[in-house]
Design a binder for this molecule. Sequence first.
Ligand SMILES: *Cc1c(COP(=O)(O)O)cnc(C)c1O
Length: 385
Amino acid sequence: MKYSRRMDGLPPYLFAEIERKVSEKKKQGVDVISLGIGDPDMPTPAHIVEEMQRQVADPANHQYPNNKGLDEFRQAVASFYRKRFGVDLDPETEVFPLLGAKEGIAHICFNFLDEGAVCLSADPGYPVYTSGPILAGGTPVPLPLEPELGFQPDLEAIDPEALKRARMLFVNYPNNPTGAVIEDDFFRRLAEFGHRHDIAIIHDNAYSEITFDGYVAPSFMQTPEAKETGIEFYSLSKTYNMTGWRVGAAVGNSSIIAALWCLKTNMDSGMFQALQRAAAAALNGSQQCVRDMCDLYRRRRDLVVETLGAIGINVTAPKGTIYIWVPVPEGYTSASFADMVLEKCAVVVPPGSGYGPSGEGFVRISLTAPDERIKEALGRIKENL
Ligand SMILES: *Cc1c(COP(=O)(O)O)cnc(C)c1O
């Protein structure tokens, strides 16, 4: 069989080797603790599950959904954006359902990229910012996030040749994997940059609700010019512990939304209506469950930051996300430290280099394991350093 050149162009799956080693260890009976995956360990809040149970039982939801999404879903997203961010969205033209943000990230590349066209992709970043453009036939160009600049890209330092060919740009704040948040006018500069260079700005907003210490994350759409130049992907996955449900939304520029809709009518048949209604209930309902989750993650964050400090690894406590971005000790690379931790401590931490070249020198610790498991994992690391 012959596979497409695009498939061959995908970067090697860095975590495949880790997964192989983990399953080997488990087979030997070793108690492996994973601080690897960003998948909330707590269940979806009961009121959302109950709404889903009701909706699944309703035959009105059993047929093909309308591809554009239910009014009820689009209105719930718009009303959430108004309440939470003070942003006005037209539910008819500026909101569109996604089967998770990941799906939107991968598919939107087909809207913008021809052969040779460039996507500027946050580095380190969510791996689909790189694989999406490759699958669409375009060229991802890393947009380094510098620790000195608070893990924001230097928009003035982009290679002019890449800039000329660039059609789109992916960023994400609060940031996976670095935990960085926006506290300055970066979004305004970003919108202005997109406008000036005619580049679609795609802001991946997976973590705006997971924040700590009084920090409130902005939406890119709060920036006055954002709607002219870009869209934002909102995801319910992390906010409501709904990673398995596959639900998110694209919001913003109506022309981009229309293009994505057109593309997706050719690729999928929309989102299960019961799910759209349960998602609307999540967005319209009490947000107390989200505050409780933030308390839990903040406690785990403090535990990790304090314990690392006690063994001489100093990290600043992030104001958002479910990750700690940890510089590796002297003498290690990302991969060699991750390897040592797996071999000697049976703890999985992904090497930062798996998120792009600029991730070298870091590993990512995820806060989505039970407190006791996090404590146990850190204890093992402490013993072996
Ligand atoms: C988890 C995550 C996603 C995936 O969101 P889904 O809605 O579950 O597809 C997208 N982007 C980032 C940065 C994430 O961390």
